[in-house]
Design a protein around this ligand. Sequence first.
Ligand SMILES: Nc1ncnc2c1ncn2[C@@H]1O[C@H](COP(=O)(O)OP(=O)(O)OP(=O)(O)O)[C@@H](O)[C@H]1O
Length: 580
Amino acid sequence: MRAVRNLFSYTKPYRIFVLLAPLLMALEVTMDLLQPMFMQTIIDDGIANGELSYVIEMGIYMLLAAIVGLVGGIGCTVYSTKAAVNVASDIRNDLFNKALHFSSENRDAIGIGKMITIITSDVALIQHALMMTLRVFVRGPLLFIGSIIIVFFQARELFPIIIVTIPILLLCITYFSKKAGKWFKKVQEGLDMLNTKLQQSIAGIRVIKAFVRKDYEIQTFKKINDHLTNRTIAADKLMTFLMPILLFIINIGIIVALLLGVIPIGQNEVQIGVILAFINYLNIILMALMSSSTVLMQLMRAFPSAERVQNLLETKPRIRKELQNESIKLIEGDLEFRDVCFAYEENGENVLEHLSFTVNKGEKVGIIGPTGSGKTTLIKLFPRLYDPTHGEILLNGRNIKEYHLDEYRSLFGYISQKASLFSGSIASNLKFGRTNTTNEQLHLATVHACASEFIEKFDDKLEHPLTQGATNLSGGQKQRLSIARALVRNPSILILDDVTSAVDAHSESSILNTLQTVYKEKTQIIVASKISSIKHADKILVIDDGMIVGEGTHEQLLDICPLYQEIYATQTDKGGVAVE
Ligand SMILES: Nc1ncnc2c1ncn2[C@@H]1O[C@H](COP(=O)(O)OP(=O)(O)OP(=O)(O)O)[C@@H](O)[C@H]1O
């Protein structure tokens, strides 16, 4: 309930719509409630006495009431839609904003599939529930209470039927709603699983095809989909039973009312118009209860969604943004790892063990080690994609957590192993980190990253469109573009995570040369699988199993570090050091 209360604050900017919608609905309901009364007087006072003018007069009133009701109904629909759609849009914006502030740890813990379900499906359910609440949840109770009051005054002889029928109807609705509510929660969980599967399978479609795993994937998807279908059917089935049961109870009430009309009680014969009006009100009560219970069901569905949305909104980014005023755009000092350990999971096994080293300003530091030794994890700690679980990282002698996160991160040009480009033009991708860049600067960065040679071949050059994930480029082309994108930002510290793995030997040599000459003032941290890529570094760290097992220049390591010697020997045998 707290989640619903908190989310309700999103209606504040649209208070006027939220107020107008139920008011207009109240107007429509009042008009609807008047209709059976008009009908009753037409039958009992007009038709029974043969007074045509009275019938026409009442008929005109009925028509006017219908028109006013129509205006009220349309107005309510318009304002409730405006309120609900805007509220949902604001919630989505806040969720997206939140998601962008999440650390990698947050994303790992929540899961991308679940985040997508929450931002799309859960918010859609909340939108629908709010819209229906403003429309039907006001209409239902008003019709219900109004009908009871009118029956009490207009058809008191038949009032006991209502007294008996309504509690039975309410009991049925409560029982079915409670049961179905539990199922709807399960439906949302099933949807999470489906979205996660969808996301993984579509993103990995090439691997699936290459490994001829299409049938297996289809089967797995079918299982998850069937699971979701069964849960949805179970929830809906309960609601399907409800309507015929309620109708049955109402029909019994109508039969009793008709019997009372035929069998006079004492001297009091129930008039035909009263019976017809009563049947009308009984039907109105049924419709009111049915529509209210449908909305109740939607609310039941929306409650777990509201909880999930609220939980996501309340999730604290694990990397905290300290709002310090200090500006660190110009760095004067060194970066230092002081006894740093890191584990991906709380109380999990350390991936990095007690690392201590310094990267001096302007230094070129190479990092090498076997697969899975922790190289990528180590460099992710530099721009605070993760924080150490033990020890500290210092810049200019101060813990990096003390700096303003965005300013601190803007020092870095991080080029990840897997090039991540967005749909749009090549130019828009290159400008991603720095929008105020001239075409000359873009061109220069592409030359330095050896990307200009393939860009020049496109008719539209820098305006060439990239598909989602840049699937219309080769792996090497994507890597070169992501190097160029980092160079455009002109950061103080460049971090390259094995970024030339898919680039041909000639281009790799050219990129490394440019980094050593044109960008020699910049601090560079280069992870490489080939010794040739880091041979000329000022310092090389050799990582094994999360620990530093060697530190020094290429020549020093060849003398003192057995693992480095081993890697060198393997790569020389394979001719891996050919790229100089
Ligand atoms: N997001 C993650 N959650 C949990 N464990 C992870 C995660 N990312 C990496 N690991 C684990 O951390 C260890 C180090 O991985 P890392 O990617 O840092 O190695 P690496 O040396 O860069 O490997 P490679 O040379 O293959 O890129 C591995 O055992 C890996 O399974």
